[in-house]
Ligand binder design. Structure first.
Ligand SMILES: Nc1ncnc2c1ncn2[C@@H]1O[C@H](COP(=O)(O)OP(=O)(O)OP(=O)(O)O)[C@@H](O)[C@H]1O
Ligand SMILES: [Mg+2]
Ligand SMILES: [Mg+2]
Length: 528
């Protein structure tokens, strides 16, 4: 996008940007026919609900809960809708939503208001949800898709309350309500219908997730439900106006969103091909059957009876307040990715670091934690960035994920891993021992230095003059694997690795693989 930042921020620009329709925007790109549905154009707009990463709920002092917390333990009287309780807007939630808006180049309104959206469902104790339908926190903006590189316009960003959670116990035929989530802060981020394929939609969700994480507004964890989306899908023949949209509710992964859109596109095309107009509907997604199903038609759409919430005054923000939040914004993903690649990282490694489930990438309430990229930056000070990223992605992240842990659980400090890498580089320990020590540091968290652990675990590299131990291990290996040894003597060098592996095991990784190989070769050729 060749749009200057300051221009993007102005209200005029936002209005101009919105006055484009999605076909103008697409005009900038080539209209490419999709082989899956030749002659048809697919149009998608997405509403993302992202939980705001704040310690407290949107309108009460109750703390936000995590999945797995005992039900109904994080509830204030307000969130349970006790009569006579009043909302008090949590400033942290506003600040974090402003960060998201600024990251999306959205225009933060100096005056926004709160509305009540009424519907009756057991997971909504008050019988209405407080949201910002008419004068939202921010309007306009755009997100550049990280893979496709194209801009998708944002309509608006609104603050709203999350609902409680209801589950059905089929055996006992009981519905259970857990109010822990009720009243937590959400941002609803609504896109223009600018997306043109399931893949672009998946890219949008993942790019938005990365952006929200990087500014600390949301942890964007779709599996745990902190980021959910509704996708709106329509199809039209090329050159014709957009078709009727169907909205598929509550998708909890980018992959499912892509599958749901694909199946929905085929359903629409089938209807239109047989001369039946697509009815406007709200639909659900069946993950097992990989297809959507009807929830309700437009005629049965609830009348939400929107009204201004009389208990919450308009939210007034000064330009200087918004500016002060802008000053605290971290490096955004596009810029960060470019910087990492300039340091010599492959795009894949850059993506791994950036998308690692940081858990604590940015702490609650936007307080900086140490994410994978920050950890890398510190570790790469004075070291080869490519070497450092290998240790991080293959070894550290690899070992954490083998333990089903995330980067947020990483107990190894930058200082410890740095010293470990240096010891391997300087030949004080072998790469294999380095990995063993790292595994030990992860399973026995402490602030012991790697050199102390080398002593404790007797993992110092074998002295180069310790050829006696080496020859003993090699002889043992040859003795236990006579078939392999024979095969090598008969001129099949490929099986040598099995003997090398056996010696490495005996040396507990302290021997140098090259030396082992050479010693074995020498011993096998000389013992004829
Ligand atoms: N023809 C279309 N095809 C696909 N998506 C569309 C089309 N027209 C509009 N949309 C998308 O539909 C979404 C409408 O969301 P919005 O929140 O404004 O309203 P809603 O879905 O009616 O309300 P609610 O928030 O109650 O679900 C937007 O993301 C928009 O881009
Ligand atoms: Mg909506
Ligand atoms: Mg909707």
């Amino acid at each position: 996008m060749l749009v200057q930042r300051n221009l993007c921020r102005s209200r005029q620009f936002q209005l101009l940007w919105r006055s484009f329709n999605s076909h103008n925007i697409r005009g900038l790109r080539e209209a490419t026919q999709d082989k899956r549905w030749p002659g048809w154009e697919v149009v998608v707009g997405i509403e993302v609900h992202a939980q705001i990463k704040s310690r407290k709920k949107l309108f009460s002092d109750a703390l936000t809960s995590r999945p797995g917390d005992p039900p109904n333990t994080f509830v204030s009287q307000f969130d349970a809708a006790f009569p006579g309780t009043l909302p008090k807007l949590n400033q942290k939630c506003v600040d974090l939503a402003i960060r998201a808006a600024l990251a999306l180049e959205s225009y933060v309104q100096t005056r926004s208001t709160f509305d009540r959206k009424h519907y009756f469902y057991p997971d909504l104790p008050a019988g209405y949800q407080i949201t910002q339908r008419y004068a939202p926190l921010a309007k306009g903006g755009y997100l550049t898709l990280s893979k496709h590189g194209i801009p998708v316009r944002i309509i608006q960003i609104q603050l709203e309350q999350d609902t409680a959670k209801s589950t059905f116990d089929a055996r006992r035929r009981e519905s259970h309500i857990d109010l822990n989530r009720a009243g937590s802060g959400l941002m609803e981020i609504v896109s223009e219908p600018d997306l043109r394929s399931p893949e672009e939609a998946g890219d949008y969700i993942r790019s938005l997730q990365a952006l929200l994480r990087s500014v600390g507004s949301s942890d964007g964890n779709m599996e745990q439900g902190s980021l959910r989306c509704d996708v709106n899908v329509s199809v039209n023949r090329y050159g014709e106006p957009p078709g009727t949209r169907c909205e598929i509710k509550n998708l909890n992964s980018a992959k499912f969103a892509m599958i749901a859109i694909t199946s929905e596109v085929f359903r629409h095309i089938e209807l239109l091909d047989s001369g039946i107009p697509v009815p406007q509907e709200t639909r659900g997604f069946n993950e097992d059957k990989a297809e959507t199903f009807k929830l309700r038609s437009k005629e049965d759409a609830p009348d939400y009876r929107y009204m201004p919430d009389p208990n919450i005054p308009p939210l007034l923000l000064t330009e200087s307040y918004i500016e002060s939040i802008r000053q605290t914004m971290p490096e955004l993903p596009d810029a960060q990715r470019a910087r990492l690649i300039t340091l010599g990282l492959s795009p894949r490694d850059a993506d791994v670091l950036m998308t690692v489930d940081a858990g604590r990438e940015v702490g609650f309430d936007g307080e900086p934690g140490k994410g994978a990229v920050a950890y890398f930056d510190e570790l790469a000070q004075g070291r080869d960035p490519k070497l450092v990223v290998n240790w991080m992605t293959h070894d550290l992240l690899g070992q954490l994920s083998a333990r089903k842990e995330t980067f947020g659980d990483n107990p190894v400090s930058v200082l410890q891993l740095g010293e470990l890498i240096d010891m391997v580089q300087d030949g004080k320990i072998t790469g294999t021992s380095g990995k063993t020590i790292l595994r030990h540091m992860i399973s026995h968290p402490s602030d012991l230095s790697p050199s102390a652990l080398v002593q404790e675990l007797s993992l110092g590299a074998l002295a180069s003059d310790d050829s006696l131990s080496l020859r003993t291990w090699c002889a043992e290996a040859i003795e236990v694997h006579p078939d392999v040894a024979d095969a090598i003597r008969k001129g099949n060098p490929r099986v040598l690795n099995r003997l090398v592996g056996s010696v490495m095991q005996r040396s507990r990784g302290r021997a140098d693989a090259q030396t082992v190989r050479a010693t074995l070769e020498a011993m096998l050729t000389n013992d004829h």
